[in-house]
Unconditional design. Sequence first.
Length: 386
Amino acid sequence: MDLDVLIVGAGLAGGSLACALAASPLRIGVLDARPPRRAEGWDARVYAVSPANVAFLEQIRAWPHLDHGRINRVEAMQVFGDRGGETRFSAYDAGLDALAWILEASPLALELWETLRRQPNITVLCPARPSALSIDADAATLRLEDGRSIRARLLVAADGADSWVRTAANLAVRTTAYDELGVVANFQCEKPHRDTAFQWFRDDGILAWLPLPENRISIVWSTPTSHAESLLEMPPEAFVARVAGAGESRLGAMTLLTPPAGFPLRLMQVPQVVAPRVALIGDAAHAIHPLSGHGINLGFQDARVLAEQLCELPAHRDCGDLAVLRRYARARNEEVRLMQGVTHALNRLFRPRNPILAALRNQGMHLTNRLPVVRSAMVRYAAGLI
């Protein structure tokens, strides 16, 4: 089989790239081991999608088809330090409709999957797994476990942080383990959250409460592995009490909707995200600490930028030409490095228990709260509007 672009991985980054290329004359292939599945009840894995990426999802016709009864906008965010520091961000003050939209991972993945399957220029290869990769001057050839061979001018790795394609293409990766887990779960709350997200920088990690419809919230507690394991081992009632207490019982009594789960946190830097005939996007290209909620937003912007550059190519240009791919890499380098640096620095800033450092970082939060121009600029940058 001969293709122009073969995308390995049909998750959020890979699926959005395929949808963004649907109107192009390129012959697209999407390969994955299994189709996405809807979680039972409320999916404990949620994302905070920025306004810029909502616009991208609207552009590729995925956003309008989502169940908006399961999506909640964030109109405000309150951030609390570990020694009394506090900062508040407001969509209204920044001139935005919302700071972000909170939505579940699985419905979005399913919508992207159904959207790309309807496109006439896309061939879906699922279930399928790669077994060998060879690259020559004209194409990348991927051999599958079932014996099939696919030849593509451009191979896109969207197959996650443990990317098979990245390894097969000999692209180096630098990983910094945080010795932390992100503990996630969903709750029904007694009091309304009023479309507000909360975040606490605590001695035992960083706890975020993200608003879901009808007084529900999803939590992400980024915490040292030993503490995370103790949380995951707790009986449900004890876990609920611990989460409510850590959040100062701001939303009253809480009921657990989904059992807690944990996933390891790491900083992953890939010095070269392109190679001859290969480009990396999403978690295959970078991983950051979840405290800023920017992981999937970076992946969507990877997909948007790469799709725009491929769609703008003249018919005679080779979409896998390294010069083309280097333009994509340069376009994405600044934002990815900035967000990785900021989130890593914040994680390191709030980990030490030094009282002098604690006073300085909390004073910084107070100062930010007193400077509305600075707050507004920070919000608009995070929203992808600067």
